[in-house]
Design a protein around this ligand. Structure first.
Ligand code: ZN
Length: 321
């Protein structure tokens, strides 16, 4: 079993080069996530790099999961390839992800590369060589217009390297948004047409009440593009939880991959309040302190098919062992 959507968070304390976002609402969110993980608030200023990784390894090893895909997080670039808001933005370098995956067998490395970078294609090749299992980006938060024709050679290179694209879809509130329109899964048509296997993170579901809803758009795109998949990460949250039962049937059920979106909290209360799980199942879920395992438990109880938990093995660029 593989969890194909796990974030690495760090403050650079181990020399990782990581940065966290410190401003306003994002700071509150960071504190809330630490609370969920049972970590002291002082971790933000302490050795967050190692505290976070050790906690994650512990959760993976004490769950049913064999491996988790750990995600790098690219800087924000403008269309001309210049970094913007460098000091204010979240950052997790590709090389840090590779170092962690070398050290821990339960980690599969996923890189993040902005296609506007002057060295974007070189970096793709370098990362594929080093064993990247996918390339992750957040088009709306990293300012990536996937439909921009200038990025076609980049998508074609990904297709050639058989490196799947995991792209965030739907609204986002944990990091700053640059262009809300890029949350629309239809903007992924260009990489899909270039032959890239694309995984729409969160299946286009909305995160905030007022965000536009793209789940039905995602379902229509599945019909058109056999190389499109979706992940069910972050779906145990107040608004997104509405869509989990719809992921248990039809074409969606055949094309989803399990992901947690750790350390984004997995809150079974929403599935219970919506009547998707019984009071007994909810009580059992609450007793599971490991958030990765709790996420698996609730999704299974809702009826997410077993294949969704193992499909990553066929879709991602995982070397034969
Ligand atoms: Zn995520």
């Amino acid at each position: 079993m593989i969890d194909s959507h796990v974030h690495i968070v760090g403050n650079g304390s181990s020399g990782s080069g990581c940065r966290i976002q410190h401003s306003g609402a994002h700071k509150l969110l960071a504190h809330y996530m630490l609370h969920q993980l049972g970590l002291p608030q002082s971790s933000l200023r302490g050795d967050l790099d190692n505290i976070f990784v050790n906690r994650l390894v512990h959760f993976v090893e004490s769950s049913e999961l064999e491996q988790v895909v750990i995600l790098a997080h690219e800087k924000v670039y403008d269309e001309s390839g210049r970094v913007i808001d460098e000091e204010k933005s979240l950052y997790v370098p590709n090389d840090y992800i590779f170092r962690l995956a070398e050290k821990h067998n339960c980690f599969l490395p996923a890189v993040s590369i902005h296609p506007a970078r002057a060295d974007a294609i070189d970096e793709l090749e370098r990362c594929a060589e080093k064993g990247a299992v996918l390339m992750k980006c957040l088009p709306n938060c990293q300012n990536i217009n996937c439909s921009d024709p200038r990025y076609k050679p980049f998508w074609s290179k990904m297709a050639e390297l058989k490196l799947p694209l995991l792209a965030h879809t739907g609204g986002e509130h944990t990091v700053k948004q640059y262009n809300a329109k890029y949350a629309d899964p239809r903007t992924l048509r260009s990489p899909l047409e270039c032959g890239v296997t694309v995984i729409a993170a969160h299946c286009g579901t909305k995160s905030g009440v007022v965000d536009p809803e793209y789940f039905d758009v995602f379902c229509d795109l599945l019909q058109e593009h056999p190389n499109l998949y979706g992940d069910i990460s972050g779906l145990q949250l107040p608004v997104r939880s509405a869509y989990l039962p719809r992921c248990t049937e039809g074409l969606v059920a055949e094309r989803i991959l399990h992901g947690s979106d750790f350390p984004v909290p997995s809150q079974p209360i929403w599935s219970w309040l919506r009547g998707h799980i019984s009071a007994k199942t909810f009580a059992e879920a609450r007793s599971i302190k490991n958030p990765l395992q709790r996420d698996v438990f609730v999704k299974r109880a809702i009826g997410i098919p077993d294949d969704a938990f193992t499909r990553a093995k066929q879709i991602l660029r995982i070397p034969e062992q």
